[in-house]
Design a protein around this ligand. Structure first.
Ligand code: AR6
Length: 168
């Protein structure tokens, strides 16, 4: 049975088939969760990322997890928030593209950070709503695929927002 869970913590510590990275278009590392993932996975990750030719907003690309407990890392690039209607669609498509790519690789457990809500300034509650609604919809249209999905919230505000949205 597929389901999602909301946890508070550091995504690099999770033992899942794949963790998602909130990367930038270069895929060559950065701050926030991206920096934490690169530090923990080790320099081999950057080597593999150099071969990927970057990633457009909303796309998803996969690498190995190297020194992480996760077997894979799925890198996606969230929208930089400008308050445009298209921002919501771009964010939604990050989740959908990551989940579709995960299915191709027979990944059954996957953890997402709160994509775009740090350096890219997407408002936390609005982003949590998109994340949860998109995943719920995806799970109900893929009921024959067993998926354990974790929303990994790093700070308390993000965690509380996810819990609140999930209750509705
Ligand atoms: N585990 C889980 N979540 C984390 C962790 C962690 N270890 N560290 C931070 N977060 P951000 P973005 C949360 O800025 O907004 C990078 O420099 C953080 O609290 O990492 O998509 C990239 O290279 C926030 O809730 O990603 C890009 O240039 C969430 O992860 C740019 O930032 C996302 O914050 C991407 O910006």
């Amino acid at each position: 049975m597929s389901e999602y869970q909301i946890v508070k913590g550091d995504i690099t510590e999770l033992k899942v088939d794949a963790i998602v990275n909130a990367a930038n278009e270069t895929l060559l590392g950065g701050g926030g969760v991206d920096g934490a993932i690169h530090r923990k996975a080790g320099p081999e990750l950057l080597k593999e990322c150099r071969l990927l030719n970057g990633c457009h907003t909303s796309e998803a690309k996969i690498t190995k997890g190297y020194r992480l407990m996760a077997k894979y890392i799925i890198h996606t690039v969230g929208p930089i928030y400008f308050g445009l209607e298209s921002d919501a669609d771009s964010l939604k498509n990050c989740y959908i593209n990551c989940l579709n790519l995960a299915m191709k690789y027979d990944i059954h457990s996957i953890a997402f950070p709160a994509i775009s809500t740090g350096a890219y300034r997407y408002p936390s509650k609005a982003a949590a709503k998109i994340a949860i609604e998109t995943v719920n919809k995806f799970l109900s249209s893929n009921q024959n695929y067993d998926f354990q999905i974790i929303f990994c919230c790093y700070d308390d505000e993000t965690y509380q927002n996810y819990l609140e949205i999930a209750k509705k």
